[in-house]
Design a protein around this ligand. Structure first.
Ligand SMILES: [Zn+2]
Length: 532
């Protein structure tokens, strides 16, 4: 509770987010959130809901009658979800997904985490297709409970505010587990700038680092060099310890090589020298100014409530101020030195990464399974028949598209199997690799169907309906290929599914930022923004 002028602002937060989902049911939390709001229609007060990585939030802004009414509605619908509206809401969510863009930071997270945990930020919500009414109710009963929730509110406590949530248990924060790639690394993506993603541990220094890094990069790239318009450094909590530090600068295509070099120089210099006393003072002054704003209390409440929900002590801003005052700028540099070891740079196709510290992420799978080999149902002299090969064993499946180009999905790591009406399969591995297999394309294809049926568990299968016509992934129909190419199949990072995948808006993530004011975002102005 806090005394803040204006209408009551309140948030009911549950410790469940998309990192608690799997690729198969991804979107189920989002569905529950939408269904809980069904029946409210339009109201004379502001309200909304949103699903983030670690939490789901319902918020309202209104009078001491309106706000309790809103929360009573949420609690009542959560107890008995209007599942008859499931298809209707799933349609709305698909529309919502189609209009959202994958942010560069989400692209980097998907590279790092594949199709689990934080990688789902860039993944298609397959749960909108796969989830049943029973599964939705079960999800709501398990996660949306009194013991897994926290409520914050400004103003005076309304006389009667009883929210009858079912009991359950406080859910732990899932650890963020990146894929075992060698870092620092880089990857090509269709992004309009250069991004450098890093992982760092929870600390006051990390918050200061993000602020200083953002200011230095903005100064160099925009104000001195005139290369970029948007320059940002965001810090986002991934679990109880790890944070994602993402530095981004946009630019014209012909300038992006210079943008890349400048960003790396800014990083290296700060890692080497640490933050100056003036930079530490700027961080402190900015925080002090925010604390003087009565509306900032809402943001403080939100952070304190969230920390409580995550099971960590809320250090408070007074303590942070004194810690920044006592800070040695060198320690900020040391945090950055450690973070650079985990760096993943994403650059558009036009830009190369020449820095020898960075190795490219693999464009193809690095291992293959052994087993029975299959050839395409084509004459032996057809180029496609010469290049394409499928090996299917008990451990998984490898498709080879030419020398050095193969994609493997191990059954034990298969995150999702889409099954289409033509009996073809799209398998997606935990590392994000995707393989489309139509048994009809291959000689002895019935054996392929049998083996897949045997090894793919029912719980990861999702029926997808008809294939598009013409089918872009058909291997034996259409003009013969002249040479090996990705035309029939795209490797992971260029694959269509990643491009159409949706994300949960990055605009929402500042809420988890332990130092959210550094980027110039006014958290009070954004209290209800971006709710979906
Ligand atoms: Zn939504």
């Amino acid at each position: 509770m806090a005394q803040v002028p204006g209408p009551i602002r309140a948030g009911l937060i549950f410790r469940v987010g998309f990192t608690d989902e799997s690729l198969v049911n991804h979107g189920i939390t989002h569905l529950v959130e939408h269904l809980a709001l069904v029946g409210l229609g339009q109201q004379p007060y502001r309200f909304g809901g949103k699903v983030e990585g670690l939490r789901t939030v319902f918020m309202a802004e209104g009078t001491d009658i309106e706000v309790p009414t809103f929360f009573r509605h949420i609690v009542a619908t959560l107890a008995s979800l209007p599942v008859d509206r499931l298809q209707h809401q799933a349609g709305i969510l698909r529309t919502e997904a189609a209009t959202r863009q994958v942010s560069p930071s989400a692209v980097a997270l998907a590279d790092r985490f594949g199709t689990r945990g934080w990688g789902l930020v860039a993944a298609q919500e397959f749960g909108l297709v796969s989830v049943t009414a029973d599964q939705l109710q079960e999800w709501s009963r398990r996660w949306f409970t009194a013991d897994n929730a926290v409520l914050f509110m400004t103003g005076s406590l309304p006389e009667r505010l009883e929210l009858e949530l079912q009991s359950g248990s406080r859910m732990p924060v899932p650890p963020a587990e990146p894929l075992p790639y060698q870092m620092p690394a880089w990857a090509h993506h269709r992004v309009p700038g250069v991004g450098i993603s890093m992982i760092c541990h929870d600390s006051v220094e990390a918050g200061v680092l993000a602020g200083v890094l953002g200011r230095r990069a903005m100064n160099r790239l925009r104000f001195v060099e005139g290369l970029s318009y948007e320059v940002t450094a965001e810090l986002k909590r991934l679990d109880l310890d790890l944070h994602h530090l993402f530095l981004w600068a946009d630019g014209l295509v012909e300038k992006l090589g210079a943008v890349r070099s400048d960003l790396l120089e800014v990083i290296d210099q700060l890692a080497d020298e640490g933050a100056t006393p003036e930079e530490l003072k700027t961080e402190n002054d900015t925080l002090r100014k925010n604390l003087g704003d009565p509306n900032f209390a809402v943001h403080q409440l939100d952070l304190a409530a969230t920390d409580d929900l995550l099971g960590r002590p809320f250090p408070g801003f007074d303590r942070r101020l004194s810690e920044i005052e006592a800070m040695d700028g060198k320690s900020v540099g040391r945090v950055l030195q450690e973070s650079v070891e985990t760096a993943l740079s994403i650059v558009p196709d036009s830009v190369s990464m020449l820095d020898p510290r960075f190795t490219p992420l693999p464009n193809w799978s690095t291992d293959q399974v052994s087993g029975r080999e299959y050839r395409l149902r084509l004459p032996g002299n057809d180029m496609r028949a010469k290049l394409n090969r499928l090996v299917l064993g008990d451990a998984g499946i490898t498709r080879t598209l030419g020398p050095g180009k193969s994609v493997t999905v191990h059954f034990r790591d298969c995150a999702l199997a889409n099954i289409w009406n033509d009996e073809s399969w799209s398998l997606i591995g935990a590392d994000g690799w995707r393989l489309h297999i139509n048994p009809a394309d291959w000689k002895d294809g019935s054996q392929i169907s049998e083996t897949l049926e045997r090894h793919i568990p029912a719980e990861i299968r999702v029926a997808m309906g008809d294939r598009p016509v013409p089918d872009p992934e058909s291997l034996v129909v259409g003009p013969p290929q002249k040479a090996a190419s990705g035309a029939f199949f795209s490797p992971r990072r260029d694959s269509w599914w990643l491009l159409v995948f949706i994300i949960v808006s990055v605009r929402l993530w500042y809420v988890f930022d332990p130092n959210p004011f550094r980027s110039g975002v006014n958290p009070t102005a954004s209290f209800l923004s971006g709710m979906i």
